[in-house]
Design a protein around this ligand. Structure first.
Ligand SMILES: Cc1ncc(COP(=O)(O)O)c(C=O)c1O
Length: 438
C-alpha cells in the first residue's frame, strides 16, 4: 500500500516531540500496522520495537478490539459522562480494579497519561482537604521523571527539556535525586546500589515538615528517561517514609502497567502498594486514547462522604472521560489479556529479550544497558552534542527496518508481548548491525 506524499502536505501538522523541519526532508510516514509490523508509505515492512509507544502488548490490528469499537460506535457513539453513565464504563472500571492491588478499587477515567497524572495530583489535594489537612500541598517528584506534559506533570517531572521553556509551573514541588548510578552500570534488573536515595524524601520531611507534603509521585521504572530500574529496596523505603508521615504514594504506571514487567502492574512486580496509580497506553492496546487513575478506597470514601448527600462530590472530569468507544476498546483489550494469558506470555519472553539486550554490551558505542521485563534502555556514547547521536541512530534504524524510541542518546525497546523469538532475533541483529557502524 502506498500513499502520495508531497512537501506541501507536510506543512500544517505541528508534530509532537519531533524535529519537524528535519522530518520534512525525509518523512517517516507509517501507513499500516499488523502484529509486530508497520509499513511505511514506500511499502517497506518495519519491525515495531517499542509497541508503538509502549501501547500495544497484543500487537497491532486485533480484530476483537476494532470490532468492539465499531459495534459500540454504531450503537452509542457518545454519551455525556457528567450525571450519566454507560454500562461499558462500569464494566471497564470493574476489570481495571480486578487487576490493581487489593484496596485500590476506585477508577477515574481520563484520555491520556498526562490527564491521569493531573487527576491523581488534584485528587491527592482534594483528599487532604476533605481529611482536615488542607495545608498538605507540596508534591515530591523525581529528577529524570516523566509524568506527561501538562503543568502538574512537568512540575513533578524531571526532564529538563520538558520544563525549561514553560515557566515555573506549580510552585511547591521538590525533587528526589534520580536513581541512575554508575555503580549499577550494565546490571540486569534491579541494581544493588541506591536504596538510600529514597531517604531524600525524609530530608524533605525534615526541611519542609511532614504535614506540608501531599504526595510523592514516581514511575516504578522510569521509562521515558531511558529505563531506570529502581535499586533493590528503594521503592520499599519510599513506601515506609510515606507511611510514617501520612504522605500519599503515587505510582505512575503509564508504561509499567498491564504486564510490561510481568505482573499486571509495577506495584505487584516490586511488591510495593501505592495509594494511587496512573495508567493509559496499554489500557486499550493503544487503539483509542484512554487513561485512568485508580485510588485507594479510603481516598475515594473520604472525598465522597465529605460532600452533602445528593451533591457532586468532586468537581473534576473530562468531556471524553469513559468515552463509549474507549471503554469498548478497553473491555475488549482486558478480555484478551485474560483469555490469552498475555501477561504470562510477555513474562515468558522476557528472559530471552533481556539476554539479547545485555549481549549488546560489547559494542564500543554502548555505554550502559538497563532492563526489566520487556523493557530495555541502551545508552549510547554522546556524539557532537546531546541527542545528536540518538536521533541519527533512530533514522539509521528506521532505514534498516526498525521503529524504535530514542530519548536524547538512549534507545528504548519495549516489544509487544506477542513478539516471536525470531522477531526478537531480527530486532537485535538489526541493532547490532547499525550500532556496530556508529
Ligand atoms: C510514566 C508516564 N506518565 C505519563 C505519560 C504521559 O502520557 P500521555 O502521553 O498519554 O499523556 C507517559 C507517556 O509516555 C509516561 O510514560
Amino acid at each position: 500500500m502506498t500513499v502520495q506524499v508531497s512537501p506541501n502536505s507536510l506543512d500544517n501538522y505541528w508534530m509532537p516531540f519531533t524535529a519537524n523541519r528535519d522530518f520534512r526532508q525525509d518523512p517517516r510516514l507509517l501507513v499500516r500496522a499488523e502484529g509486530v509490523s508497520f509499513w511505511n508509505h514506500r511499502g517497506d515492512r518495519l519491525l515495531d520495537a517499542c509497541s508503538g509507544l509502549f501501547c500495544v502488548p497484543l500487537g497491532h490490528g486485533r480484530r476483537e478490539i476494532t470490532e468492539a469499537v465499531a459495534t459500540q460506535l454504531a450503537t452509542l457513539d457518545f454519551a455525556p459522562p457528567f450525571q450519566y453513565g454507560t454500562p461499558g464504563a462500569f464494566e471497564l472500571a470493574r476489570r481495571v480494579a480486578a487487576l490493581t492491588p487489593n484496596g485500590l478499587d476506585h477508577v477515574f477515567f481520563t484520555n491520556s497519561g498526562s490527564e491521569s497524572v493531573e487527576t491523581a495530583m488534584k485528587i491527592a489535594l482534594a483528599y487532604h482537604r476533605a481529611n482536615g489537612e488542607p495545608q498538605r500541598q507540596r508534591f515530591i517528584g523525581r529528577e529524570r521523571g516523566y509524568h506527561g506534559v501538562n503543568f502538574g506533570g512537568i512540575s513533578v517531572g524531571g526532564m529538563v527539556k520538558n520544563r525549561e521553556a514553560f515557566g515555573s509551573a506549580l510552585p511547591v514541588v521538590s525533587h528526589l535525586r534520580h536513581t541512575h548510578l554508575d555503580a549499577n552500570r550494565m546490571t540486569p534488573g534491579q541494581g544493588a546500589h541506591g536504596a538510600d536515595l529514597a531517604d531524600d524524601l525524609q530530608r524533605f520531611v525534615d526541611l519542609h515538615g511532614a504535614t506540608s507534603i501531599a504526595a510523592c509521585i514516581v514511575e516504578p521504572v522510569a521509562g521515558s528517561t531511558g529505563v531506570l530500574v529502581p535499586p533493590k529496596g528503594y521503592l520499599e523505603r519510599l513506601r515506609a517514609i510515606c507511611d510514617r508521615h501520612g504522605i500519599l504514594l503515587i505510582f505512575d504506571e503509564v508504561i509499567t502497567g498491564f504486564g510490561r514487567l510481568g505482573p499486571a502492574f509495577g506495584a505487584q512486580a516490586f511488591g510495593v502498594t501505592p495509594d494511587i496509580m496512573t495508567m493509559a497506553k496499554a489500557l486499550t492496546n493503544g487503539a483509542i486514547p484512554m487513561g485512568a487513575a485508580v485510588f485507594r478506597n479510603e481516598i475515594h470514601d473520604t472525598i465522597v462522604n465529605s460532600a452533602p448527600a445528593g451533591t457532586i462530590e468532586l468537581f473534576h472530569g473530562y468531556t471524553y472521560s469513559a468515552h463509549p468507544a474507549a471503554c469498548a476498546a478497553g473491555n475488549a483489550t482486558l478480555a484478551l489479556y485474560e483469555s490469552e494469558g498475555t501477561f504470562a506470555q510477555g513474562a515468558a519472553l522476557a528472559p530471552y529479550f533481556q539476554e539479547q539486550l545485555f549481549a549488546l554490551a560489547d559494542l564500543p558505542v554502548v555505554r550502559d544497558i538497563r532492563g526489566l521485563g520487556l523493557l530495555g534502555g541502551i545508552d549510547l556514547a554522546q556524539g557532537e552534542g546531546p541527542g545528536t547521536r540518538g536521533y541519527e541512530t533512530l533514522k539509521r534504524l528506521f532505514a534498516a527496518g526498525l521503529v524504535t524510541r530514542v530519548t536524547a542518546d538512549t534507545l528504548i525497546l519495549a516489544p509487544a508481548f506477542v513478539m516471536a523469538r525470531d522477531d526478537v532475533d531480527r530486532l537485535f541483529e538489526t541493532l547490532r548491525d547499525v550500532l556496530g557502524t556508529i
